[in-house]
Ligand binder design. Structure first.
Ligand code: 4AD
Ligand code: MG
Length: 434
């Protein structure tokens, strides 16, 4: 082959009638009408209809077209025809078709149950819907990078193997590190805190691991965590940064991923209000009042779970913050608010439409004695945190940071009702597969 130019299905849309092209991909749909065979070929960017006919397809290729099975890999050489009825507005009249591999009968035919699909995740990955999510994910990752670059943050590379808990012992995965215990990281936060003494403003995008006790629609055991930390930054500065980040990401996804959002059936009108980084802020105490008013059985001091969050999200059209939680509800490293003793300078950002918490952040306790006392009063082993405490001994500075659950953000932006479809290989308790 080699008469036409090799193009993908996205580039194809801008080509004119009569151009000679080569397209390669997998057979997505197939119809044999006797004199003509219609093959819809998919590649990374979309689909295109290929028509084989005795009139213009060489006879060997026409035979091949009739034998092609779903998911066979093919290379097609042909001529562009502009046709409004075809998906993407173009189709290809095939001159030659090379069947690279004839697929066996593909097990996924449509209508299968979730267990079957999860057992065949390595094949289900190819579906148009999931492929749209992977492309959207790429656009989202690009947006993160662009954003932090513009904001003057340094990207850093924290370890995944760690020696102490960031978010408490209950969700730690233990690993055997040459006979000594180590853990899979829950959060890069402490390493980012170390790095701000060298680079001031840092961020990372890396996996985090949580041995969650409960199975829910919004928990993964392994997820991608976008985290940032900045010296000289107070809680309000950090919330402003998070708002700019989320609004920037929503804008970029709306600009780059219309097609993906449409394949996913997302009503993008619902994302419009989030384009501006002005997200409401309520205090924990107000959140409790709203919940009580709505008839939820809660009292001051209760933690807000998924159910409570869902009720709160119905009050807002954009992401919104809950701030100033009672200290004992939050992690040991969070700074106490001097003007509100007993409250932590902590914030959660909740996404609307029932999604709930997508970001957790805070100002960090920067005083050596106070932090050490917190570690002790929570019953943790001070020895494990000596290096973390050291940061408060040599040029301590006010600083803040946050962590954003990438898959939770995708759930909201793409309008998916289960977190498993936001990531190619979700881990499940009963199967680490594939
Ligand atoms: O609220 P979390 O536990 O906060 C931290 O880990 C901080 N150390 C982050 C920081 O300040 N650098 O987790 C942060 C976010 C949550 O808001 C949520 O979006 C996501 O991580 N997350 C999960 N996402 C999917 N599955 C899970 N099991 C998650 N646990 C947390
Ligand atoms: Mg949290």
């Amino acid at each position: 082959m080699g008469v036409g130019r090799l193009v993908n299905t996205r580039e194809l849309r801008d080509l004119s009638e009569g151009e000679e092209v080569v397209v390669r991909g997998w057979v997505y749909r197939w119809r044999d009408l006797g004199k003509r065979v219609f093959i819809v070929v998919r590649d990374a960017y979309g689909i295109v209809q290929v028509v084989a006919s005795k009139d213009y397809t060489d006879s060997m290729s026409f035979k091949v077209a009739r034998e092609a099975s779903i998911e066979s890999s093919v290379i097609v050489e042909g001529i562009v025809r502009r046709d409004k009825r075809a998906p993407g507005g173009v189709e290809i009249r095939a001159k030659k078709i090379n069947l690279v591999h004839k697929a066996e009968e593909f097990p996924i035919k449509g209508g299968e149950g979730i267990d079957f699909l999860l057992d065949n995740r390595h094949l289900w990955i190819r579906s148009r819907r999931l492929t749209a999510v992977w492309r959207l994910r790429q656009n989202l990752f690009n947006a993160f990078r662009e954003f932090f670059h513009k904001e003057g943050y340094f990207e850093v590379s924290p370890p995944m193997l760690t020696q102490a808990a960031v978010e408490g012992g209950a969700t730690l995965f233990k690993v055997d590190f040459f006979g000594r215990p180590a853990y899979l990281t829950q959060s890069a936060q402490f390493y980012l805190e170390v790095m701000i003494f060298s680079l001031e403003k840092v961020w990372t995008l890396a996996p985090s691991f949580r041995a969650e006790r409960s199975r829910t629609r919004r928990h993964l055991y392994e997820y991608w965590h976008l985290e940032a930390e900045a010296a000289w930054s107070r809680m309000d500065d950090m919330m402003d940064l998070v708002s700019r980040l989320v609004a920037y990401t929503v804008n970029r996804v709306l600009e780059t991923s219309q097609e993906e959002l449409s394949i996913l059936g997302r009503n993008t009108e619902l994302l419009e209000p989030a384009r501006k980084p002005a997200y409401p802020r309520i205090m924990y105490e107000e959140a409790i009042d709203i919940l009580k008013r709505k008839g939820v059985d809660v009292k001051y001091g209760d933690d807000l779970g998924a159910d409570e969050e869902r009720v709160l999200t119905s009050e807002f059209e954009t992401p919104f913050y809950i701030t100033l939680f009672p200290l004992e509800l939050k992690s040991f490293y969070m700074k106490e608010d001097e003007s509100n003793p007993g409250l932590a300078l902590a914030f959660d950002l909740l996404a609307p439409e029932g999604v709930g918490e997508i970001v957790g952040g805070s100002e960090r306790e920067d005083d050596y004695e106070k932090l050490k006392n917190r570690i002790i009063s929570r019953g943790y082993n001070v020895e494990d945190y000596n290096w973390y405490l050291d940061l408060r001994r040599y040029g301590s500075v006010p600083h803040s940071g946050f962590g954003l659950g990438v898959e939770r953000l995708i759930m909201w932006i793409a309008g998916l009702d289960h977190i498993r479809d936001t990531i190619p290989f979700p881990r499940f308790r009963d199967r680490i597969y594939p």
